[in-house]
Design a protein around this ligand. Structure first.
Ligand code: FMN
Length: 216
């Protein structure tokens, strides 16, 4: 039942029902939730060897495949860049920087960025824009869920990572290098072993808007 919204609504709690997951003021969490509550990005400067193995990458993708996915479209691709391919990506980052009008120092910095993490994973959205039941925004939601699950799995396996994009994710040369026709380049996950603990997260200014009880 991928598109029957009526049946979904009929079995949902009313919008005024208390939500047991949010009305319980417990300060300790089950182990699985602890992982979600501590997930934090680790930037490329703070990532070292070893990077994840093939089996560990497979596990991260398996976690990504558990993201909510209306119609089971799998509208995402994770493209691993490692070994010699890092040099190729570095050259392409440099070419993109040149096209963007950066000076030699800026070009060199972008080339270096591609080489910092042991492994980079390009995140590509492969949306079915003409799907009769699943509009693009639902497919994007799946891509975001997949990315988050991938990062959570990486952290659970002891790795650090950070999703990065910037203007180069829209550079036509890089898009052509990473995407099949019709696909979109979201950016790149830098992945490796964290060389330092992630920074402590301070509360987000707009966090108070995130939970609302509609109809109360
Ligand atoms: C699609 C996407 C692209 C992003 N691109 C960048 C980026 O180019 N530069 C950056 O500093 N953060 C970028 N971020 C945000 C970081 O990945 C990270 O989430 C943010 O720095 C907050 O850190 P945290 O994940 O520890 O909360 C991006 C996030 C997403 C989802």
């Amino acid at each position: 039942m991928t598109t029957n919204e009526t049946a979904t609504t009929a079995t949902s709690p009313s919008p005024t029902s208390p939500n047991p997951a949010t009305t319980n003021p417990a300060t300790t969490h089950p182990a699985g939730l602890d992982l979600l509550m501590t997930r934090a990005s680790v930037g490329p400067k703070h990532l070292g060897l070893p990077g994840p193995s093939d089996a560990q990458l497979q596990t991260m993708v398996e976690a990504a495949l558990h993201a909510p996915d209306h119609g089971e479209l799998v509208p995402f691709r994770f493209k691993v860049v490692r070994g010699e391919a890092r040099q190729t990506m570095s050259r392409l980052f440099g070419e993109a920087a040149r096209r963007a009008g950066k000076d030699e120092a800026g070009i060199a910095m972008d080339e270096e960025r591609a080489l910092l993490p042991p492994i980079t994973v390009a995140v590509v959205a492969a949306l079915d824009m003409g799907h009769p039941q699943v509009p693009a925004h639902e497919q994007w939601a799946c891509v975001g869920g997949a990315l988050t699950n991938f990062l959570n799995a990486a952290q659970a396996l002891g790795f650090g990572g950070k999703m990065l994009s910037g203007a180069k994710a829209r550079d036509p040369g890089l898009v052509a290098a990473f995407c099949e026709p019709g696909e979109m380049l979201l950016g790149w996950i830098a992945l490796g072993t964290p060389l330092r603990a992630p920074k402590t997260r301070s509360p987000k200014a707009k966090a108070g808007n995130a939970l609302q009880f509609w109809g109360e």
